[in-house]
Write a protein that binds this ligand. Structure first.
Ligand code: V4E
Length: 226
């Protein structure tokens, strides 16, 4: 399963020029709408699980087993999430979190029923999941070969429709792989782009929740999820 290791950064006006200077290849510009789902008492996100539908495709981002070491500055700026894209697997993982948090027992017939409902969205109602965030992003993506043939690093420049811009440096690894080397590749790319490395930058979701869902935002902050 893929684990996304990522670091966000502030997009300065000259970022595209800098990307060109380090020979990052522009691989395209996309426009997409994201919808995020959770229960009304925020069970999933309080556990740091992020259920998303992007243009009809589902994805669940789950906290990766191997976390970053907060004592190390460069690592503390990165996040690691396991990405699940198979809808059947997503339902299993979501149900596990919901049952674990509410104390209810697992019911396989419930899951079978939800699979039978795969064509429609009734599984969301079954699990009492509602959309808590919806926004569109205009994304410019760049690809960069990292030094020493260690693999590719992706850089995304995002512009959300609610007026927030953010950059991301991202490396995909397999679950169980060495996270540190991914973090080092991200750190090297950040240095090449001349990015300041002092503080963690807010993502689109942080800003969206702060502006439009302050109660949800405050709960996640107090639980140290954001
Ligand atoms: C909020 C959140 C997650 C949802 C996805 O967030 P993000 O990666 O920012 O979205 P996007 O559009 O870039 O997705 P991609 O195209 O890369 O798949 S996943 C984790 N969080 C929580 C979180 C966190 N813990 N820290 C920071 C800085 N941001 C978000």
């Amino acid at each position: 399963m893929a684990v996304e290791v990522e670091r966000k950064f502030v997009c300065e006006a000259d970022i595209q020029e800098k990307l060109k200077d380090i020979r990052a290849e522009c691989i395209g510009q996309y426009h997409f709408k994201d919808q995020y789902y959770d229960s009304t008492d925020f069970t999933l996100t309080m556990e740091d699980f992020w259920l998303r539908r992007r243009e009809g495709s589902w994805e669940l981002k789950c906290p990766a087993a191997s976390r970053t070491n907060p004592e190390k500055k460069a690592e503390a700026l990165c996040t690691n999430y396991r990405e699940v894209t198979d809808l059947h697997q997503i339902k299993i993982e979501v149900m596990k979190v919901m049952k674990h948090c509410t104390g209810a027992s697992e019911d396989s017939s419930e899951r079978e029923q939800m699979d039978a409902n795969a064509e429609d969205d009734s599984w969301l109602q079954d699990l009492k999941l509602v959309c808590f965030a919806e926004y569109t992003t205009l994304r410019c993506s760049y690809m960069l070969e990292s030094d020493g043939g260690e693999g590719r690093v992706r850089v995304d420049l995002d512009q959300a429709d609610f007026g927030y811009c953010v950059g991301e440096i991202e490396v995909l690894v397999s679950e169980g792989d060495d996270m540190q080397s991914a973090q080092q590749r991200i750190q090297k790319t950040a240095e090449k782009l001349g990015l300041g490395g002092e503080k963690k930058i807010q993502g689109k979701m942080d800003v969206y929740l702060q502006r439009y869902r302050p109660e949800h935002y405050a709960k996640l902050l107090s639980a140290h999820v954001l």
